[in-house]
Design a protein around this ligand. Structure first.
Ligand SMILES: NC(=O)C1=CN([C@@H]2O[C@H](COP(=O)(O)OP(=O)(O)OC[C@H]3O[C@@H](n4cnc5c(N)ncnc54)[C@H](O)[C@@H]3O)[C@@H](O)[C@H]2O)C=CC1
Ligand SMILES: O=C([O-])CC(=O)C(=O)O
Length: 329
């Protein structure tokens, strides 16, 4: 072991995603196999007992990298000294419900959590918001943490990125490892835009390799964008293990870097790149290195992509307007 333990706070620890996530964090997959972790679990009072049960199982995992587990029902305490915060706890969307319906209910969760991060988190805090509507929940938390650099607040579109990789690999009969430079733009919602125009498949342009605009427009994009609903329909519950896996990928790459010659997708506060209004937490193509990320610049955006990006960004602007009206940002 070469590092001091890193404090990782997970909210919604007793939920479905939490159950799939905590064991992978404890095993070293979040930060690396030379980094011990101390877990700080935040739950609502009614779910603390269940979180305690999970903590017993974590103990039984005998993970050499797990330096401790503490459980809280108070956000201020849970974020004290935190280096990495995974904000998973939220109300999951249920059958027939759109993410927009959840804005108000979740505002009441992410405002106090932003304040608690501002008050007590470590200087190097990195925040990933998973709980939906993830982009706007991240915006709310960030708005209440004025002393933390805004770029430390991110939201998860890595699951969408991974879903798009898998669909494209299936179409072309290749491995996901053969695909590079795919991008999710915009919101983690049905308006998101999975972009294959800059993606490469074994070094060849992916859109040219597919050469099927009908598949792109009428199968690939809707399949990826509505995959969450497809899983809910099939499983009777929202994606959990795949969401946990994507959260691991997101933080792992942020901390340890993206591979040379590739990029990933993260929802981050816009700096105005690609015409996305500044401050919106939107998904972009990013490279990570040395613990920070940068938006991939200079990509040519064709008319088809422009319209799709604009539509998703418009939804984010509307969500920001809605939470402004609620006094949440
Ligand atoms: N960004 C993404 O790609 C994805 C996001 N999600 C979202 O992740 C969230 C969690 O999903 P699941 O684990 O399946 O839900 P779940 O309902 O199984 O678990 C949520 C947990 O959060 C806890 N919780 C609620 N309010 C809290 C608070 N104020 N502080 C701490 N904990 C709190 C609940 O007690 C519950 O244990 C949902 O919002 C879901 O829509 C799910 C899949 C993908
Ligand atoms: O759709 C949902 O509520 C869960 C989710 O975000 C996803 O699976 O992408």
């Amino acid at each position: 072991m070469t590092h001091a333990p890193v404090n990782v706070t997970v909210t919604g620890a007793a939920g479905q995603i939490g159950y799939a996530l905590l064991f992978r964090i404890a095993s070293g997959q979040l930060l690396g196999t030379d980094t011990p972790v101390k877990l700080r679990l935040l739950e609502i009072p009614q779910a603390v007992k269940a979180a305690e049960g999970t903590a017993l199982e974590l103990q039984d995992g005998a993970f050499p990298l797990l330096a401790g587990v503490d459980i809280f029902d108070d956000a201020k305490q849970a974020f004290e000294g935190t280096n990495v915060a995974l904000l998973v706890g939220a109300r999951p969307r249920t059958k027939g419900m759109e993410r927009g319906d959840l804005l108000e209910a979740n505002g009441g969760i992410f405002k106090p959590q932003g304040e608690a991060i501002n008050a007590g988190a470590a200087d190097d805090i990195k925040v990933l918001v998973v709980g939906n509507p993830a982009n706007t929940n991240a915006l709310i938390a960030q708005a209440h943490a004025p002393d933390v650099p805004a770029e430390r607040f991110t939201a998860m579109t890595r699951l969408d990125h991974n879903r798009a990789l898998a669909q494209l690999a299936g179409k072309l009969g290749v491995s996901v490892a053969d695909i590079k430079k795919l991008t999710i733009w915009g919101n983690h919602s049905a308006t998101q835009y999975p972009d294959i125009f800059h993606a490469e498949v074994n070094g060849k342009n992916a859109a040219e390799a597919v050469n099927d605009q009908n598949w792109l427009e009428n199968e690939f994009i809707p399949r990826v964008a509505k995959r969450g609903a497809e899983i809910i329909e099939a499983r009777g519950a929202s994606s959990a293990a795949s969401a946990a896996s994507a959260a691991i990928d997101h933080v792992h790459d942020w901390v340890n870097g993206t591979p040379a010659g590739d990029w990933t997708s993260m929802a981050i506060p816009s700096d105005g790149s690609y015409g996305v209004p500044e401050g919106l937490i939107a998904s972009f193509p990013v490279t990570c290195s040395g613990g920070s990320y940068e938006i991939v610049q200079g990509l040519e955006i064709n008319d088809f992509s422009r319209a799709k990006i604009d539509a998703s960004v418009q939804e984010l602007s509307d969500e920001r307007e809605a939470v402004r009206k609620l006094g949440l940002v």
